[in-house]
Design a protein around this ligand. Structure first.
Ligand code: ATP
Ligand code: PRP
Length: 220
């Protein structure tokens, strides 16, 4: 049995064409079903639904053989585990769920001036490893405030000066009168495979990896 860990929403939706290329069709709609283990048309393949941030953990411990998650999630996970110690193999950038990690502030906050003056910035984020590395590389002192969602709210109510969050269209920032002041990195989702499982189940896992590789959409 091959177990694939996916999160509901954009990753699930965007991975469908790649699954189809591998001859895999999920037989239940996760938005309609309450099931967490979904059957596929292939008796030897099943999908488990987990939180996006839990995908690397499930794959690392062998609860799933492979999974799909954002580079943001992978960076935060490896900061916790130490690069190379999690037993995760990342064979493919799937080029889905594309966005970027950025710094944003209230439109009336002079970020450039604050940086120039060497002010200590309060930064709210779910991406503490990415934010810590980024501001350290700029030599900016920050107090990081860990949040798990709705980061855009923090500067609006004075919890922080800035946020580090995912941006795609920019609509969420705009709706909350925030402006993007720095782009930290581009993000897309990657295939993540348990290295030990890859040895144990080499042929079926390689077939899936190869089918995905052949179906990745070309760069814009
Ligand atoms: P969790 O549910 O574990 O807290 P999450 O809410 O970040 O995680 P999703 O919103 O499904 O989960 O996002 C999954 C991944 O999709 C993110 O890790 C990121 O790589 C990517 N992503 C998030 N927001 C966007 C967006 N607006 N546009 C494109 N890709 C995005
Ligand atoms: C993500 C992210 C931003 C938003 C950015 O949230 O956390 O809030 O997308 O996208 P935009 O630039 O196109 O507006 P998501 O929609 O996944 O909601 P979430 O809070 O449930 O993660």
């Amino acid at each position: 049995m091959i177990t694939l860990a996916l999160s509901k929403g954009r990753i699930f939706d965007e991975i469908m064409p790649l699954l189809a290329a591998a001859g895999i069709e999920v037989l239940e709609d996760p938005e309609k079903s309450r099931k967490l283990i979904l059957p596929t048309n292939r008796p030897d393949v099943r999908v488990v639904l987990v939180r996006a941030t839990d995908v690397p953990t499930y794959v690392q411990y062998g609860g799933a053989d492979l999974g799909v998650c954002g580079k943001d999630t992978l960076i935060e996970h490896s900061a916790e585990w130490g690069a190379g110690r999690s037993g995760l193999y990342l064979p493919l950038d799937l080029r889905i769920a594309q966005c970027r990690v950025s710094v944003a502030v209230r439109s009336d906050f002079d970020y450039a001036q604050a940086v120039k003056q060497g002010s200590r910035l309060k930064v709210a984020t779910k991406y503490t490893a990415i934010a810590r590395d980024f501001f350290a590389s700029k030599g900016v002192h920050v107090d990081l405030i860990k949040l798990y969602g709705s980061m855009e709210l923090a500067p609006l109510i004075g919890l922080s000066d800035a946020i580090v969050d995912l941006v795609s269209t920019g609509n969420t920032l705009k709706a909350n009168h925030l402006v993007e002041v720095e782009r930290i990195m581009d993000i897309s989702s990657h295939l993540v495979v348990n290295q030990a499982m890859l040895k144990l189940k080499q042929a079926p896992l390689r077939r899936i990896i190869d089918a995905f590789a052949g179906a990745i959409r070309p760069a814009d």
